[in-house]
Design a protein around this ligand. Sequence first.
Ligand SMILES: *[C@@H]1O[C@H](CO)[C@@H](O)[C@H](O)[C@H]1NC(C)=O
Ligand SMILES: *[C@@H]1O[C@H](CO)[C@@H](O)[C@H](O)[C@H]1NC(C)=O
Ligand SMILES: *[C@@H]1O[C@H](CO)[C@@H](O)[C@H](O)[C@H]1NC(C)=O
Ligand SMILES: *[C@@H]1O[C@H](CO)[C@@H](O)[C@H](O)[C@H]1NC(C)=O
Length: 177
Amino acid sequence: MRPHALLLLPLALLSPVLATTPPTILDAISNISNNTLSLNSSITTFRSESGNPLQLLPIVIHSSSLLASIKSGTNTAKASANLTFDETVAVAGATQSLVSNVQSTLSNIIAAKPLFNRELVSPVIYLDLELDKQATDQFSEAVISKVPSALQGLAQQIVAPVDTAFDAALAAYKGQI
Ligand SMILES: *[C@@H]1O[C@H](CO)[C@@H](O)[C@H](O)[C@H]1NC(C)=O
Ligand SMILES: *[C@@H]1O[C@H](CO)[C@@H](O)[C@H](O)[C@H]1NC(C)=O
Ligand SMILES: *[C@@H]1O[C@H](CO)[C@@H](O)[C@H](O)[C@H]1NC(C)=O
Ligand SMILES: *[C@@H]1O[C@H](CO)[C@@H](O)[C@H](O)[C@H]1NC(C)=O
């Protein structure tokens, strides 16, 4: 009998899990970007089916998973070490592509407004946009705090268009509440 070996087995099975590296800021951006694209697709489907109410559920699901990914990304960013110059360059590139995905998704949401109005869900969209904007601001702030201080001004400029796009979408839905 070698009880030790048996006792060690579960640990051996666990070790690959324990050995995986924690998610990085780049992973978080990729995750948020993917969730943004999924939300965009579900809105496109809803629009292409002339506001089919059955297509509201996927929007709700993707929207809440997007919010979850932004919040989890904020925790990732907070837990991250300061970014080196090279890491900052990579994060800036990924952020620019995320910014353009967000702008495009928000335009899609604005274009869907008459259909959302007809389904009486515009007030919910407005609240979702507010939550997303808040969460996105917190994410940006957490990431920017890890950027070398000499590059923080530039980082602010890269994310600034996101607030502009959110404000336009919020303005479009304001008064629907
Ligand atoms: C995002 O999607 C890309 C392409 O499908 C994939 O390679 C990547 O792993 C995804 N990122 C995350 C964090 O799931
Ligand atoms: C991706 O987002 C989901 C929530 O949608 C979260 O559970 C998961 O931990 C995130 N993964 C990464 C790598 O940030
Ligand atoms: C979002 O959806 C719109 C409308 O279908 C599409 O034109 C746009 O390219 C999509 N955005 C992205 C980043 O895929
Ligand atoms: C991280 O960078 C910030 C400035 O961007 C600085 O204030 C802070 O001291 C740095 N932290 C570490 C652990 O180097």
